[in-house]
Design a protein around this ligand. Structure first.
Ligand SMILES: NC(=O)c1ccc[n+]([C@@H]2O[C@H](COP(=O)([O-])OP(=O)(O)OC[C@H]3O[C@@H](n4cnc5c(N)ncnc54)[C@H](O)[C@@H]3O)[C@@H](O)[C@H]2O)c1
Length: 401
């Protein structure tokens, strides 16, 4: 498992969690992959996973873990003490990240000495990423690598001038003229090396025509974007209810407040735009029309990793009578996201073992903006996942391209 943003809150929680799961020191609550429909899949065990990653900040992973304990109080300090040896091993496998197109707020977090003062060309950065993955594969004799992007959300990337053919983009990379954001550089490095790339962030990553072609050419698979962990998860369960009862949603307002590093980055209007666009995609798809929507994301430092979302839904029923539904969601962001990262690792690993190529659309339920799927309704997405599982035996059955 190769985590981009390996010292962030979600990645740190994944590392602590996998260490505890490996030792059988915590229940598997929150892991979709532990549910009955997936029991026959022979998914990878927690003790078969080695973790490495890319980062732009240099603090020790264990210190980030203690910081997370202190700021969230979501888990005991002893969880970190018990995972100490594993966290030190992971730290030794973290390599300097790339900083192309991340915008000033993310660049401001970076340790210049660790990342290198001069930005290489996008082509050189791709090669560095691929070399890091290859070194990781060799050092640990790995059967396969699943790359999961958990880095800070980048500002929007305008892909209109980008070639849609991989050959053309490859030529631009070779000539040193390609302009790409970091998430896409990582995706190219991963896919070109034949590894799996999963984008848990709303950044563009592999969601580009040329990269879809690259994945097919290298006979590997990918998926994204933006983990569906909180408010949007509830929305994707509730919105179909209004559609099924023929109730007209007139407006849907969602206010989100939280105070972790992710929130600090999303406080930059450019980075926030990427997230709001991702959160806003769902309603029109599920309802078949676009009600008025408003989504706010505010950085409130004192809340740390604890996010509160307050949603106000104004809808119309029989005889045109307007009614209201409101809900409040209070979750610990990293505790919601980390199990899904472990699920994505296990399902993507199984798909890769089966020879899957291209977008892993059966994983749509895990994402706010699922690639290769327009279905945003949670129940329908979950059926896609269970159908995929039911079609699989416990062996490594190849799937058709
Ligand atoms: N519930 C959730 O927490 C949730 C849900 C959906 C999506 N996400 C997304 O997942 C990502 C991680 O969330 P988080 O709470 O862990 O954020 P975080 O800010 O704690 O962690 C992000 C990490 O990425 C690192 N980073 C930034 N740019 C990088 C680059 N170019 N290369 C390598 N490392 C880089 C940062 O230094 C930081 O350590 C964010 O993009 C967030 O929007 C989180």
């Amino acid at each position: 498992l190769w985590l981009i943003g390996a010292r962030g809150s979600v990645a740190t929680t994944v590392s602590i969690g996998l260490s505890a799961l490996r030792r059988g020191a915590m229940p598997t609550t929150g892991l979709v992959s532990q549910l009955a429909p997936f029991a026959h899949l022979n998914l990878i065990n927690f003790d078969q996973v080695v973790i490495g990653g890319h980062e732009i900040r240099r603090p020790r992973l264990i210190d980030e873990a203690y910081k997370l304990h202190e700021s969230t109080r979501a888990f005991e300090r002893s969880r970190v003490d018990d995972a100490a040896a594993d966290l030190e091993e992971i730290d030794a496998c973290i390599r300097p990240g790339v900083l192309h197109g991340v915008g000033p707020t993310i660049a401001g977090l970076a340790d210049a000495e660790w990342c290198g003062a001069v930005l290489p060309s996008a082509g050189e950065a791709v090669q560095r990423v691929a070399a890091d993955l290859e070194e990781f594969r060799r050092a640990h004799s790995l059967a396969r690598i699943i790359v999961i992007n958990l880095a800070s959300t980048e500002p929007p990337f305008d892909a209109r001038t980008l070639p849609t053919e991989w050959d053309e983009l490859a030529a631009q990379l070779a000539a040193g003229t390609a302009v790409l954001p970091a998430s896409t550089i990582y995706a190219i490095g991963a896919l070109n090396a034949g590894t799996v790339y999963i984008n848990f962030t709303p950044s563009v990553g592999s969601d580009l025509a040329a990269l879809q072609q690259l994945a097919r050419l290298r006979r590997t698979c990918h998926m994204g974007r933006d983990g569906k962990t909180g408010e949007t998860l509830v929305k994707s369960a509730l919105a179909p209810m209004f559609a099924m009862r023929n109730l007209e949603v007139m407006s849907w307002v969602g206010h989100n407040i939280f105070g972790n590093l992710d929130g600090q980055v999303l406080d930059d209007p450019a980075n926030k735009k990427t997230k709001v666009t991702s959160k806003d995609a769902l309603l029109a798809e599920v309802l078949g029309y676009a009600p008025q929507t408003h989504i706010s994301i505010e950085f409130i430092r004192s809340l740390g990793d604890w996010k509160t979302a307050w949603d106000h839904i104004h809808f119309r029923g029989f005889l045109g009578v307007p009614m209201t539904m409101q809900f409040t969601w209070q979750g610990c962001d990293s505790m919601l996201a980390a199990p899904l990262v472990v699920d994505l690792l296990r399902f993507a690993d199984r798909a890769a073992r089966d020879g899957a190529v291209g977008e892993l659309a059966f994983l749509a339920s895990f994402f706010k903006s699922p690639m290769g799927s327009h279905d945003h309704a949670l129940a329908a997405q979950f059926q896609q996942l269970t159908r995929w599982a039911a079609e699989r035996s416990n062996g490594a059955k190849p799937v058709k391209d």
